[in-house]
Design a protein around this ligand. Structure first.
Ligand SMILES: *Cc1c(COP(=O)(O)O)cnc(C)c1O
Length: 428
């Protein structure tokens, strides 16, 4: 946002952060800089850019002005010092991990994670010879007991997928920091509208901007953000504090201080993995964010009423929205999410798999597909789709049964959503 202005409201920042009228054309909307590369002023500034002595555009795999505007917008909303965009949420996560880990390290992650993340951690980390333990999302003591000499990261989701368990971010961050370990939070389901994990001590936040931030189911993208608070020179992270052979022995932490991790993430990991976001996707996602607070308010309002409606149906076994019967989870919802449980949640139909299929096939307004966070309402059966690669034991750890249905509640009129779901339940 224009440095002269001090308009700090969340809605205002959603519309304005990262966006300025274009200096050359005056264009008020964010221009799409559909270019691979940028003409250097002279050889000297070209060299300074490549040496990271000056910050400037060289090649769109590493940075692009349209993508940069989106990075600035999301960083502003999360209260981060900066962010780096990626081609997808999973690309962002792998890059975040690649930047801080090396063979022999150990990671502790929540059991309640997006299915694709569980698979990514289990298989990708093993290939890198990094050890992994899964901890109970609702038991900080479990995380503490799993810490080892070589533990380098705590990783969890603000609202666990699909069980809906809410992470006690503040408690986990203090346990992590006592052991000189950073806490990384996937804030995709809460979005910075409901929760800003860095305000509770999280060091790194990752997003699948594919979901609520983009908000319209048009574009895949991801983001890694950093608070700038974590001390990467504490002795546990030589990959960040020691001279890097992958960047002519640059010492990222020493040279860039607060920005050391993010600079390494961009200048080395994004450069080498190459999973950059396209300018067009950045444009669409940035546009989506302008209405994030308006959409989220409606998403969350609708979701709460839909959860209530389902709970009162005799055909539903259990609704995994905020567990209001559990005072601890209710307290966490109040503390971190203004009492909400977001807009993505699961419920179990009585009768299991066959009933689940019948229910989904009877819906007309809810689209049957593998995404969440669209303005349109969505539905899926996790056991046969998103979480298909998991064993029964892993499924049950993740809170998924054979009759579990996942809803992503959109911003349509509530009465239409309830009518559609009512028809589905009648068909079972
Ligand atoms: C979708 C999702 C991801 C993965 O993001 P992609 O953009 O699909 O790669 C990660 N975490 C959560 C919570 C998600 O919902």
């Amino acid at each position: 946002m224009d440095a002269k202005l001090e308009f700090n409201g969340f809605h205002t920042r959603s519309v304005h952060a990262g966006a300025r009228p274009d200096g050359v054309t005056g264009s008020r909307a964010q221009p799409i800089h559909q270019t691979t590369s940028y003409v250097f002023e002279d050889s000297e500034s070209a060299a300074a850019y490549f040496n990271l002595q000056e910050y400037g555009n060289t090649y769109s795999r590493i940075m692009n002005p349209t993508v940069g505007a989106l990075e600035e917008r999301v960083a502003n909303l999360e209260g981060a010092v900066g962010g780096v965009a990626f081609a997808s949420g999973l690309a962002a996560q792998s890059a975040a991990l690649f930047t801080m880990l090396q063979p022999g390290d150990h990671v502790i992650a929540s059991k309640s994670l997006y299915g694709g993340t569980i698979t990514q951690l289990k298989h990708l980390l093993r290939k890198l010879s990094v050890d992994l333990d899964f901890a109970d999302a609702s038991s900080p003591d479990d995380w503490k007991s799993l810490i080892r000499e070589n533990t380098k990261l705590f990783f969890g989701e603000t609202i666990g997928n699909p069980s809906g368990v809410i992470l006690d971010i503040e408690t986990l961050s203090s346990i992590a920091h006592e052991a000189s370990i950073p806490l990384m939070i996937d804030n995709t389901f809460a979005t910075p509208y409901l929760c800003r994990p860095m305000e509770w001590g999280a060091d790194i936040v990752v997003h699948s901007v594919t979901k609520f931030l983009g908000g319209h189911g048009t574009s895949i993208g991801g983001m890694v953000l950093e608070s700038g608070e974590f001390d990467w020179s504490n002795g546990r992270f030589p990959v960040i504090s020691e001279p890097s052979p992958a960047y002519h022995d640059l010492e990222f932490h020493e040279t860039f201080g607060t920005f050391g991790y993010l600079m390494k993430l961009r200048a080395e990991t994004l450069r080498d993995l190459g999973s950059c976001m396209s300018p067009f996707n950045a444009f669409l996602i940035g546009l989506g964010i302008e209405t994030l607070p308006l959409r989220m308010r409606k998403h969350v309002e609708n979701a709460r009423e839909v959860a209530k409606f389902l709970s009162s149906s005799g055909r539903v076994e259990k609704v995994h929205y905020v567990d209001y019967s559990n005072s601890e989870q209710q307290g966490l919802a109040q503390k971190y999410l203004s009492g909400s449980g977001g807009a993505v949640f699961c419920f179990d139909l009585k009768g299991g798999r066959a009933q689940g299929t019948k229910f989904i096939e009877s819906l007309q307004l809810f689209s049957h597909l593998a995404n969440v966070g669209d303005a349109k309402s969505l539905v899926i059966h996790p056991a046969s789709t998103t979480h298909r690669q998991l064993s029964d034991e892993e499924l049950s750890h993740a809170g998924i049964g054979p009759g579990t249905i996942r809803l992503s509640v959109g911003i349509e009129d509530l009465q239409d959503l309830l009518a559609d779901l009512g028809n589905g339940l009648d068909a079972v």
